[in-house]
Design a binder for this molecule. Structure first.
Ligand code: WT7
Length: 670
């Protein structure tokens, strides 16, 4: 962490927006910050009124921490706002989704077609008994039907709970049960790096573990049978799962024959739109809830102003819809604006490391929104890949997921943006629903590595350990630099309405450290010019390739293995992933560290949680450094794993343990 702060604070280059960009920008008058700060409720209500309401709201905001309600009395539907209202007149023929599959197959779906498809699917869900107030589990590859599923659920007033396709059967089972989902929507499989992710067979496994609330599984045919051809590419052998008659239904059997007429359910502004699970420090994932009016307002406004979204833009967000970034900036935000989104199914290095650049060239993407971990991988692969593609359609670049190091920022700006695209580094969370700290590309002079300022209408506070509090609203902060915890003291429309069915945990996790204030879990620094620098998590959440994984979650998976007595997991600094998972493991008596055990343990974790949680390093040890009260000192384990001098060891029960551990660790690394 201290290293990050140092490199960040040495960064002094600034990049003001170009006159050409300013001239055409959706937001180019700095007054927007003052106006929004003077009356945030009025600012947000103006945005909310850009949505179509079946019944207008009468109250803008009611806030009793930790809960806010926005646009009370209003009735609307997210599917109506993201689909129907753009499927009118000539705009029906505007592409809503341009999609490319990993094998190179491609589809364009207009708003008119999207309305028909979403309506058919919504009627199919109804036929399966799904209705207003129900939940639907979604476990799909990145195909247009995934976006359609979200919109179809919203259409009939059912909440979706999307589980990223990289998660395991255990994870899917846990989330499906927690949300009490009626139906699981999945596919036979999805393409990833030339292989097939066997989604349906993983759903089977989850259901075998026990999901009593699930009555049906709706299965899209994507991978097909081994040997089938997609754009000339043969489907390899994969586990197709088992077909359970009565429970499992093919999408093409049920959806195709449905009517394209499905009226949008009028939803209360505060009705649940979705649940999305995110890692929590206890190991059990938290079902983060979002409601309709506020979430749509926040994602629509930020899409329009942060990405400077215009009618003819082609917006390429590379995140999977399994993460909040895909919810907010592939589906709801861009589509509430009637934009064209570009969606890609597979890996960035398949068939070659230029895949993203080929996609941008082919579909003439104008906006690229990706993650620092991806940018660092591109840097490592070298400039030959982007350089051999025509990226001249790009006009704006975005970054999200973790702090972006200045070198990666500059590389992104120079090599991908050719020095002419503004770079927006956007800080936010699953819990915040929409972007919170970000430049406005037509106003803000950016500094590489800084997410700059709060979005208009948002105020961010820096709370110090000593009780200092500095509130930042917009760019005109005057005062002394400070650093501490990122805290939000004022409500905003897209804030989470809590953890699904767990108000106590919501209060405890986010609202107990500081009174009546939301603690985001991130460290933050404010510089002398009023710029905010995000410094990473201050809790037990790791950011591995931009994905939240809790140390506890991985520890639980490790001790679940019969050979493991105890495990301590840390996030270790990694060049590309930001953090990599390192685990220290004590074996149960009677178990020896044999050849292949470490691999077996890594596999076990991947099987329990998903491949994204597979530890890079597992070190088997006889003892772990503990305090006298028995608490494992992860700080010292981080020192060991990162090869640093050991920090303060005086609170340890037995300081020799950690010295011995370090010597052995270093010896094992050769
Ligand atoms: C955590 C939230 C928001 C969508 C993706 C992640 C980190 C996110 C940035 C950024 C520094 C960032 C924070 C945050 N984070 N964006 N631009 N700069 N850190 O959503 O999985 O809910 O994770 O990601 O630590 O708390 P998430």
């Amino acid at each position: 962490m201290s290293e990050t702060i140092q490199t960040l604070l040495q960064e002094s280059r600034t990049f003001p927006p170009s006159p050409e960009f300013i001239a055409q920008a959706n937001a180019n008058d700095p007054k927007i910050y003052q106006d929004a700060a003077a009356d945030p409720e009025a600012f947000w209500a103006d945005w909310a009124r850009k949505l179509d309401w079946f019944e207008p709201f009468d109250t803008i905001c009611e806030y009793t921490p930790p809960y806010a309600k926005w646009f009370l009395g209003g009735k609307l539907n997210a599917s109506y706002n993201c689909v129907d209202r753009h499927a009118l007149g000539d705009r029906r023929n505007k592409p809503a989704i341009i999609w490319e599959g990993e094998p190179g197959d491609s589809r364009t779906i207009t708003y008119g077609e999207l309305k028909d498809e979403v309506s058919r699917l919504a009627n199919a869900l109804k036929a399966l008994g799904v209705g207003k107030g129900d939940r639907v589990s979604v476990y799909m590859p990145m195909v247009p039907e995934l976006a359609m599923t979200l919109l179809a659920c919203a259409r009939i007033g059912a909440a979706h709970s999307v589980v990223f396709g990289g998660f395991s059967a255990d994870s899917l089972e846990e989330r499906t049960n927690d949300a009490q989902c009626k139906v699981i929507v999945t596919a036979d499989g999805g393409w990833r790096r030339g292989g097939i992710v066997p989604l349906k067979s993983i759903v089977d496994e989850a259901l075998d573990l026990g999901c009593p609330s699930v009555t049906n599984v709706l299965v899209l045919k994507r991978a097909g049978k081994p040997g089938d051809l997609t754009n000339g590419v043969k489907t390899p052998a994969y586990n197709e799962g088992k077909w359970v008659e009565g429970r499992d239904i093919w999408w093409h059997d049920l959806v195709a024959s449905q009517s394209t007429d499905c009226p949008c359910e009028p939803m209360d502004s505060e009705d649940l739109l979705f649940v999305l699970y995110t890692s929590g420090s206890t190991g059990k994932p938290k079902g983060i809830t979002h409601t309709t009016g506020g979430y749509l307002t926040g994602t629509m406004a930020t899409s329009k102003l942060v990405f400077d979204l215009k009618e003819d833009d082609i917006h390429f967000c590379t995140a999977d819809i399994g993460w909040v970034t895909g919810h907010s900036y592939i589906v709801y935000g861009p589509m509430a604006n009637g934009a064209t989104v570009l969606m890609y199914e597979g890996a960035p290095d398949t068939p070659d490391k230029d895949r993203f650049w080929r996609i941008i060239e082919k579909h003439k993407a104008t906006i690229l929104y990706t993650a620092p971990t991806a940018i660092r991988a591109f840097m490592k692969w070298g400039t030959e890949y982007p350089d051999r593609c025509d990226l001249s359609s790009l006009r704006l670049l975005g970054s999200v997921g973790e702090p972006i190091n200045p070198e990666a920022w500059i590389w992104y700006q120079e090599v991908i943006g050719k020095g002419k695209c503004p770079v927006v580094d956007t800080w936010w969370q699953t819990e915040t629903g929409a972007i919170m700290v970000t430049p406005l590309p037509g106003i803000t002079a950016t500094k590489p590595g800084s997410a700059t300022q709060p979005f208009p209408g948002i105020s961010v506070s820096v709370f110090t350990e000593q009780g200092g509090k500095t509130e930042v609203t917009g760019p005109d902060v005057t005062g002394t630099p400070t650093g501490g915890f990122l805290v939000l003291t004022k409500p905003w429309p897209s804030m989470t309405r809590g953890i699904f069915n767990d108000p106590t945990r919501f209060q405890k996790t986010y609202w107990s450290r500081f009174e009546n204030a939301y603690f985001a879990g991130d460290g933050i620094k404010l510089d002398e010019e009023g710029y905010l620098w995000l410094l990473g998590r201050v809790d037990d959440i790791m950011l591995v390739a931009g994905h939240n994984i809790s140390t506890m979650e991985v520890e639980s998976a490790l001790v679940d293995h019969h050979a493991v007595a105890e495990a301590a997991v840390i996030g270790k600094t990694h060049d590309i992933k930001g953090q990599a998972i390192a685990a220290f493991v004590i074996l149960r008596s009677g178990h020896e560290n044999h050849e292949g055990l470490v691999d077996e343990l890594k596999k076990h974790v991947a099987h329990k949680i998903g491949a994204l949680a597979r530890p890079d390093d597992i070190f088997i040890s006889a003892e772990l450094p503990k305090t006298r009260s028995g608490k494992i000192m992860r700080r010292l384990l981080r020192d060991v794993a990162e090869g640093r001098a050991l920090g303060d060891t005086t609170t340890l029960a037995d300081p020799t343990v950690v010295h011995l551990l370090r010597d052995k660790y270093e010896a094992s690394e050769g």
